[in-house]
Design a protein around this ligand. Structure first.
Ligand SMILES: [Fe+2]
Ligand SMILES: [Fe+2]
Length: 274
C-alpha cells in the first residue's frame, strides 16, 4: 500500500499548499491513504469545520491533531460527527472525539490511524503507551487493519523513538509531529515499522515554526507582551513521509522524506517516480 503522511498544517500557506498539490500527488504517486496533521490549520491555532472539510476534500483520508486540538472551540462539537478527525487517544476519558479511526481505501483495504500525544515537556495526558496498546488490541495489524499509521505528537525525540521501538513490528508507520521542523532520520526499524521523529510542517518556512518571524524574534528580545502570533504568509512547503508497505504483512518496504516547496531541499519518493 502507498501511504503519505504530512506534518502540521500551519495557517493559510499550509492549507493552500495541501489543497493545490495533494490532488495531483494522489494521482501521480497512486496513493492509497493520506493522513495530515491539522492542529495549526486555522490561523495557527486549531481547526474549524470548514477547514477540516477543505483538507479532506483535497484528498486527505484522516486529519490528526495535538496540543492545539481544541483551540477553535467549535472543534469540541464537530469532532463528534467527523470520524476522520482525530485528537490524541490519551486525552482523559470523556474528552469529545476519538483518538483512532479505521479508513477504507479505494481499493478496499483498511488503514487504522491513531493519534497520541507525548508527555515530556507537554501537557501531561494519560499514558500514550497504554493508549496505543488499547487501540492496537481492538484493531490489530494483519487481522483487522491492512496498515496502521501512528502520529506521535510530542516535543521530545527520546519519547518518540521509544514509542517507535515499542510499536516496531506492530504498525506500518510511527511518525512524530509538533516541532514543525522535519528530521532526517526516516528509516525502517528492525521489526519492519517505518519511523520518522518529526514530519515537519506544511507551511511557510521563512518563519519561526510557521509563525511570523518578526513577532517571534521580538518575544525573545523583549520580554513584554505583544500582538497575537500570526502565521507567516509566504508560499507553503509540504513536508512529511512516504511509505510503501507490503500487502502481506502491512510492514514497510520503502520509506522516503517528502519535501515540496520553497526553502527546503526537495525530496520525493523516487521509488514511485518511475
Ligand atoms: Fe503544530
Ligand atoms: Fe503541537
Amino acid at each position: 500500500m502507498r501511504l503519505l503522511f504530512l506534518g502540521d498544517i500551519v495557517g493559510r500557506p499550509g492549507r493552500t499548499a495541501v489543497i493545490e498539490r495533494l490532488p495531483e500527488l494522489r494521482e501521480r504517486w497512486q496513493l492509497d491513504c493520506v493522513v495530515i496533521n491539522g492542529e495549526n490549520a486555522a490561523g495557527g491555532f486549531g481547526i474549524t469545520e470548514v477547514i477540516c472539510e477543505e483538507v479532506l476534500g483535497a484528498g486527505a483520508d484522516a486529519i490528526t491533531l495535538g496540543n492545539h486540538s481544541f483551540d477553535q472551540r467549535e472543534a469540541l462539537v464537530f469532532i463528534e460527527r467527523q470520524r476522520r478527525l482525530l485528537r490524541p487517544a490519551n486525552y482523559p476519558p470523556g474528552t469529545p472525539g476519538r483518538g483512532a479511526t479505521l479508513i477504507d481505501t479505494r481499493s478496499g483495504q483498511r488503514v487504522l490511524v491513531i493519534s497520541v500525544m507525548g508527555r515530556l515537556f507537554m501537557d501531561p495526558l494519560d499514558d500514550p503507551f497504554a493508549a496505543l496498546d488499547r487501540e492496537l488490541e481492538a484493531c490489530p495489524l494483519g487481522r483487522v487493519a491492512d496498515a496502521v499509521i501512528v502520529d506521535v505528537h510530542a516535543e521530545a525525540t527520546s519519547e518518540k523513538e521509544a514509542i517507535g521501538h515499542y510499536l516496531d513490528g506492530r504498525v506500518s508507520l510511527v511518525v512524530g509531529t509538533h516541532t514543525h521542523v522535519p528530521t532526517a532520520d526516516h528509516r525502517i526499524l528492525a521489526g519492519g515499522t517505518a519511523y520518522l521523529s518529526d514530519a515537519g510542517m506544511c507551511g511557510d518556512y521563512d518563519s519561526v515554526l510557521g509563525m511570523q518571524k518578526e513577532e517571534s524574534m521580538r518575544r525573545f528580545l523583549q520580554k513584554t507582551p505583544g500582538p497575537r502570533m500570526e502565521p507567516a504568509l509566504g508560499a507553503g512547503t509540504l513536508s512529511g513521509i512516504a511509505v510503501e508497505t507490503d500487502d502481506a504483512t502491512g510492514l514497510a518496504r520503502h520509506v522516503a522524506a517528502v519535501r515540496l516547496g520553497p526553502w527546503l531541499a526537495e525530496s520525493v519518493p523516487t521509488f514511485w517516480e518511475r
